[in-house]
Design a protein around this ligand. Structure first.
Ligand code: HDE
Length: 716
């Protein structure tokens, strides 16, 4: 990490200036109580004699302890574990044709944002590498008020109707009798629920894919999930689906790696985001939209209002309309990341909702949850939540009210206050809901157009490469393997056989079971396999057979950058200085990060006698925390007692299909590892033997850009 003096200075913005109103620096200040009284002794409580009882009178002790006793607030019921950063959004060109949203009109406008990423199921202290959906919430502090795009890193959701959300979350959370397992879906209650909810199958496929174990929060896509509306100045509506496309491409880790990372560094993603920003490697995403004119609402063979469906990019391409850069870490985790309150109902003129029944339920939930989490209807006054434009209305009082509203009137209409504050007309920016015509009976039912639960699950599986399909199969084997109840596993195999027969067969093999012949009906075991008995599931083929955009490996968002990839340089005394420095420079010139790993901290001595500082000892470092390992040439190469650690490091990198480089004269040592050096027929392009002067460094760089060498996986 660069030191403070070297820290890249990000320009301020309206929100950061606003936050300064509440930022207190204690440098060079004297300590005082919450009432401003200077404190003379913060080490000893007031006692009756130095060995006597503490006195109740000690208001300083009482204030300190009381504050401490109340430091915690309830964690989020979902998405409790999160990390966030400040930044900005800018649009490439005016979107006036589609929306009147002010922040999407002018490329010169930089809108401040605060973006929070999260896992869903685990509690606040749980591991970053859980197999889980990731939340992707962006708060835009626009001049027309806050706009929140509260999305996920997967474009669909498990359920179609908000009324099932508490059930879904109760099922995935630790089981209520013993609070096991933490941050994991691999248990009976989750799969019990899923195996009775055919509508969840599409999202389950995503959740079992490598999307659920990202390499970095900076290397994942984001999606608005629901269909929203863009409304232009002429009041014309387009349906819109939102996408965030990461500049660094879309990458995941292997499940074996994820589990080990959780042990080695459960803050892996949080730290990665933090350090990238501290080092000036500002993460960046492009905002994409899929736009569908109002008149084309019914042109697809799925319903745009159904949140278990995506719109294949083959049918409606994604138009990239702007970019978001995260360039500043929060100053205080609690004040900002923990207290930030997102809400899909925070919208601005030019953006509106649709009747997606999941979205409609969310519109109620998010304010409600802040009331218990943040404790008061005044949560909008918390600095991170307040809008950059001033708030004027007749809402008053309540716990912890900050604002002082002068005057007699807190009602509308009034004459005593001159009628203020005034209602804003539409041409003054006043929000008007889209005047959609609704003419319907009041019913408690699901639209028939929501009945196809499998075709896009099949589309997803068909769109994967063989490697990705294999990871999905293994994920199901793992998850269902942890399910004790055989009937649940059987019901899942039934569902999987509708998605894809080979998938079901391979998962069944791993479980030592047979795929049931008739997938749905015989599986009931006295329970309805379909919670919606009035709605018959429609089983049909997907209209688009395969979509490259769904595959992480085929995605055109991937590029040949090695920026911020972490490379472990395993070194010991006697390391060839030229080999070490030339490769380090070659990698760092392309934006990768080299860390010197050695048997001990402190320094090591090169063959030329130079002392090189060590970043991490072998005790702390682990291959799973790096993208690649490189062992520079070394004439007297000897790791002594640490030899097994180095072999394990290399073997694990090999097993996880990472790029491994080493100097020519280390071949003998490499023979001790799993790396097959003599297999000339099946050359592994992820194994780079480098010259001492590293004249072939480019080979290493190109390999690193590929991220992983998956063809090695079956062997490893
Ligand atoms: Fe959420 N969700 N959600 N959700 N959600 C919350 O709000 C809820 C859903 C999402 O970084 C809660 O402030 C219901 C879909 C994210 O602070 C809560 C339903 C999507 C975050 C809530 C859904 C999301 C939340 C908990 C079904 C993707 C983290 C704490 C009707 C589009 C926001 C909070 C942050 C948080 C309710 C479904 C994304 C309880 C009732 C679909 C990223 O209000």
């Amino acid at each position: 990490m660069k030191d403070k003096a070297n820290k890249p200075q990000e320009p301020s913005n309206a929100k950061l200036e606003d936050l300064k109103r509440n930022t207190t620096e204690s440098t060079d200040q004297l300590m005082n109580t919450d009432q401003g009284l200077l404190i003379n002794d913060d080490t000893n409580s007031l006692k009756a004699g130095s060995r006597g009882p503490s006195l109740l009178e000690d208001f300083i002790l009482r204030e300190k302890i009381t504050h401490f006793d109340h430091e915690r607030i309830p964690e989020r019921i979902v998405h409790a574990r999160g990390s966030a950063a400040h930044g900005y959004f800018e649009v490439y060109e005016s979107m006036e044709k589609y929306t009147k949203a002010g922040f999407l009109q002018d490329p010169k406008i930089k809108t401040p944002v605060f973006t929070r990423f999260s896992t869903v199921a685990g509690s606040r202290g749980s591991t970053d590498l859980a197999r889980d959906v990731r939340g992707f919430s962006v708060k835009f502090y626009t001049k027309e008020g806050n706009y929140d795009l509260v999305g996920n890193n997967m474009p669909v959701f498990f359920i179609q109707d908000a009324i099932k959300f508490p059930d879904l979350i109760h099922a995935v959370k630790p089981e209520p009798h013993n609070e096991i397992p933490q941050a994991a879906s691999a248990h009976d209650t989750f799969w019990d629920f899923i195996s009775l909810m055919p509508e969840s199958m599409h999202h389950v496929m995503w959740a079992m894919s490598d999307r659920a174990i990202p390499r970095s929060l900076r290397m994942m896509e984001g999606f608005g999930v629901h269909t929203f509306r863009f409304i232009n100045a002429q009041n014309e509506s387009h349906f819109v689906k939102f996408h965030w496309k990461p500049k660094l491409g879309i990458h995941g880790v292997l499940w074996d790696e994820a589990q080990k990372i959780s042990g080695k560094n459960s803050d892996f993603h949080r730290q990665d985001l933090w350090e990238a920003i501290e080092n000036g490697n500002f993460p960046e995403w492009e905002l994409g939209v899929q736009l569908i004119p109002e008149a084309e609402e019914h042109k697809f063979d799925f319903d745009l209002l159904d949140p278990t469906k995506l719109v294949p990019e083959e049918l409606v391409p994604v138009m990239k309309i702007g970019r978001m850069v995260l360039n500043r870490n929060p100053d205080n985790f609690f004040a900002e990341t923990e207290q930030v309150a997102f809400h899909p109902g925070h919208i601005v003129p030019g953006i509106d909702f649709t009747n997606d029944p999941l979205l409609q339920g969310r519109l109620f939930s998010y304010t409600d949850t802040q009331l218990s989490r943040l404790g008061s209807p005044n949560f909008h006054e918390i600095p991170i939540n307040r809008s950059i434009n001033e708030v004027h209305n007749n809402q008053r009082d309540g716990h912890m009210r900050q604002q002082i509203n002068p005057g007699r009137t807190s009602y509308h209409p009034n004459s005593l206050g001159g009628g203020c504050p005034f209602q804003a007309k539409a041409d003054q920016g006043g929000f008007e809901s889209f005047n959609e015509r609704i003419d319907a009976h009041k019913v408690r039912e699901r639209s028939k157009s929501f009945s196809d639960h499998f075709s896009q699950a099949t589309l997803f599986f068909n769109s994967m490469t063989a490697v990705e399909q294999n990871h999905i199969i293994k994920a199901f084997r793992f998850e269902l393997g942890k399910v004790d109840t055989e009937e649940i596993r059987m019901r899942m195999l039934g569902f999987l056989s509708i998605v894809d027969e080979t998938l079901a067969k391979k998962v069944a093999e791993g479980l030592g079971m047979e795929v049931p012949k008739s997938p749905q009906k015989p599986l009931n075991h006295g329970v309805s396999a379909d919670p919606n008995p009035d709605q018959e599931t429609v089983i049909k083929k997907p209209s688009v057979a395969s979509s490259d955009a769904l595959s992480m490996l085929k995605s055109k968002e991937n590029n040949d950058t090695i920026e911020t990839r972490q490379v472990a340089f395993i070194c010991t005394d006697g390391v060839n200085e030229e080999a070490l420095n030339s490769m380090k420079k070659a990698l760092e010139d392309k934006g990768a990060m080299a860390k010197i790993i050695a048997p001990h901290l402190g320094t090591i001595k090169t063959d030329k006698g130079t002392e090189i500082p060590v970043d991490q000892s072998l005790l702390i470092a682990a291959s799973v925390l790096f993208d690649s390992v490189y062992i520079p040439a070394n004439g007297q190469f000897d790791f002594k007692d640490n030899t097994p650690d180095v072999i394990e490091f290399i073997n694990e990198s090999y097993k996880h299909c990472k790029v491994i480089g080493f100097g020519e004269n280390i071949k003998d040592f490499i023979k001790e590892t799993m790396i097959p050096l003599d297999d000339n027929k099946n050359k592994d392009n992820g194994i780079i033997i480098s010259k001492n002067d590293n004249s072939n460094a480019q080979e290493y760089i190109s390999a690193l850009a590929q991220h992983r060498f998956w063809e090695r996986e079956p062997k490893a």
